[in-house]
Design a protein. Sequence first.
Length: 228
Amino acid sequence: MTRVELKALVCATSYRRLLGDDSAAPHRDVRTRQVYFLDTPELALRRYGVVLRVRRTHRGGDVAVKLRRRRPVNLGSARWLPNLQIELDALPGYTVWSAALSRPLEPDMLPPTLTGRWPPATLLSVEQREFLHSHTGLRIEDGGLQLHGPIEVSRTRTRTRSRVRLSLEHWALPGSADLVEVSTKCRATRALDRVDAVAALLTDHGIEPAAHQQTKTDAALSVLSRAG
């Protein structure tokens, strides 16, 4: 494990307060996207600790097969796949290990799926299907999945005066309160120092983490399951 992503949910007013302070964000890069999840109508994959996420941008997007566990699993030869990313998500109070195998999508690959002409599972590569099957025993049939979403996402990348790079993501969830996450990535050896730096930044701006901490994905799927 070489990379750690420190993250915390905060309230939307805190998000606007942080963005509104130029001293905390002297440089910004703002991008928008749409996020969908692929799952059964009952969100069965979620119960297996599997997330199929689709991101759409004006330049195309990507689809990722994510395994999320409280403890690392043996990935075998899949560990050396070039598009595999392994991280530890560290939230206040607990951590989540993840392994995500991604595939880039060209702009013309998503519209047929979004309009129902192609089954959603056709977005997954053979490599991703095999990765999913080998680590969960699940086989994805073209007719077994549906798209959940979209969720409108605005991501702002910024660098603080102390040169800590932050990512601020605002998720507009359908029929629910907005979801805002503050995160930063670093090497595992620097995680403790980075925690102190981010905590100091939030404290200086009067921003407290939300009372109930969970990943954006878990929070979004909870909302989508109720909406379904």
